[in-house]
Design a protein around this ligand. Structure first.
Ligand code: NAD
Length: 496
């Protein structure tokens, strides 16, 4: 395939100790809607440069950790204003390199800024030292920074899932080395550069590349915390890599989130039907917390499927990410397109029915880009790969269930437990929700529509370790440090 740089193509460089650092070679990022067009270039950071970035962070940390929370918050607020001012430019870049429609790219900035604002508002309280006078003396509990944080982000929400780490890590007094994904490196690098402009040199460093650079970030002894969002298989490598130096870790991983529709759900509720369709196909289904398998009570199953197809055909308009009519863009990369296609093909081979959904707005564009027509899969077995694997793309299986115990078992037997949703009468839905093994369960909505950055987010089981968002998402970048001043210095049971 012959490629050509777009007239607007940009080049980003690694950021090490406040300096843009040239690289010996660079990689091109193509436009998923038109893979012959190069949106920009990013460096192939070498292992030596990754080491330099970590060392710069380690040096900067020594001074940065002594700054006041007020100073850190003031810098972050200035960075937020700069991101806001550059929003349209960032959104255009994100949309072109990622393939997400413009409204969705704006949505990503919206979520990122909401979280950054939250950390600015809450960090002082979350990190406040607590002094307790008690019968046994006095205890001081402080939340100390951990040191150098390796922040490794995925391609699906490159800005939101980078800033989710940068903001709390810096406000807690750490220094950071960010590595965005090579599948969406440009807009995340731009945002990190904007934030870095408000902080001292070395406090934020940015490197680029894939697993090779990732390995340095997860093994280097100067790194004391890893904040990783990505696939469960990658996390297994990271856990092994980090084990030699026992690093602190927050791991936000894959999910196979179920949406459960109880008998009390009203299939004629058009707003709710639209919400579930959006919960399946927003960002072309490439969200960790998208509803990836749908279970519907058998008594309403047939009517549900009919109404679902109607709602999906109304909402899904597949087209140019820059066309305001488009709701669903291309898949981000060829590998993912092939993987999702293979799952759908496998379901067909097993006898499932595959129903295409939505309208293709521009057939020529569709044929040239990494597009996939969204599909609904029915008539599949509860343990088929399309149901038990994380498809991370524009297809969804809908299955019937007979009773709540059965669907709770199906939900909980997954290796994942990120989010889930229960739809129907509120009281019954909450009763079912309480029995689900998931970090977040939403009632009558799902995916980002039910996300609340004020509360902790993360997964049970192989969906991760630890939490982001909420007060937990700030304290996760700290080590609780206890200073005990007991009034009984010599314990009575220890012999003289
Ligand atoms: P991925 O695991 O392939 O890559 C994530 C990041 O890890 C990238 O920056 C990549 O370059 C880097 N990486 C790859 N190998 C590495 C290694 N050996 N050491 C260190 N770093 C390495 O994931 P992806 O395809 O970019 O993202 C999709 C996955 O992320 C899905 O499974 C999705 O569910 C998950 N995800 C989870 C959340 C969450 O909050 N739980 C959010 C978004 C995405």
């Amino acid at each position: 395939m012959t490629t050509q740089a777009s007239p607007e193509a940009i080049t980003v460089e690694a950021l090490i100790n406040g300096q843009n650092v040239k690289s010996l070679s660079q990689s091109a990022k193509e436009n998923p809607a038109n893979p012959t067009e190069i949106v920009g270039y990013f460096p192939d950071t070498t292992q030596e440069q990754a080491v330099e970035a970590i060392e710069a962070a380690a040096v900067a940390f020594k001074t940065w950790k002594k700054t006041s929370i007020e100073e850190r918050v003031a810098s972050m607020r200035k960075a937020i204003e700069k991101i806001r001012a550059a929003e349209n430019e960032i959104v255009n870049l994100l949309s072109r390199e990622h393939g997400k429609p413009l409204y969705d790219a704006h949505g990503e900035i919206y979520v990122a800024l909401m979280w950054m604002e939250f950390t600015c508002n809450e960090a002082a309280a979350a990190l406040q030292e607590q002094v307790t006078e008690h019968d046994h003396g006095k205890t001081i509990l402080s939340y100390d920074p951990i040191g150098v944080v390796s922040a490794i982000s995925p391609w699906n929400y490159p800005i939101a899932l980078s800033t989710i780490k940068i903001a709390p890590a810096l406000l807690a007094g750490n220094a950071i080395v960010l590595k965005p994904s090579p599948y969406a490196p440009l807009a995340a690098a731009k945002v990190a550069e904007i934030i870095a402009s408000e902080f001292p040199a070395g406090v934020i460093n940015v490197v680029h590349g894939g697993a090779d650079v990732g390995v340095e970030l997860t093994t280097n002894p100067k790194v004391t915390k890893i904040a990783f969002t990505g696939g469960t298989e990658t996390a297994k490598h990271i856990i092994k890599a980090a084990s030699d130096t026992i690093k602190d870790m927050t791991l936000e991983l894959g999910g196979n989130d179920a949406a459960i529709f109880l008998e009390s759900f009203d299939v004629n509720d058009e707003r709710a039907m639209r919400r579930i369709v959006v919960s399946n196909f927003l960002t072309t289904g490439q969200i960790c917390m998208i509803a990836k398998r749908v279970y519907v009570h058998r008594s309403i199953y047939d009517a549900f499927v009919d109404k679902y197809i109607e709602a999906a055909n109304r909402w899904i308009r597949i087209g140019d990410p820059f066309d305001p009519k488009t709701t669903v863009g291309p898949v981000n990369n060829l590998k993912q397109k092939e993987y999702v296609s293979s799952l759908v093909e496998d379901a067909k081979q097993r006898g499932a029915k595959v129903t295409p959904l939505g309208t293709i707005l521009d057939q020529k564009l569709f044929d040239q880009g990494y597009y996939l027509q969204p599909t609904l899969v029915t008539g599949c077995d509860a343990h088929d790969p399309i149901v038990v694997e994380e498809q991370f793309g524009p297809t969804v299986p809908i299955l019937p269930f007979d009773d709540e115990d059965q669907v709770i078992t199906l939900h909980n037997e997954s290796i994942y437990g990120l989010t889930s949703s229960v739809w129907g009468a509120e009281k019954e839905a909450i009763a079912v929700a309480r029995q689900l093994e998931a970090g977040t369960t939403m009632i009558n909505t799902a995916a980002v529509q039910g996300l609340d950055v004020r509360f902790p987010f993360g997964g049970f089981k192989q969906s991760g370790i630890g939490r982001e968002y909420g007060t937990e998402g700030i304290r996760t970048y700290t080590e609780p440090h206890v200073i005990n001043v007991p009034n009984m210095l010599d314990l009575p049971y220890i012999p003289e």
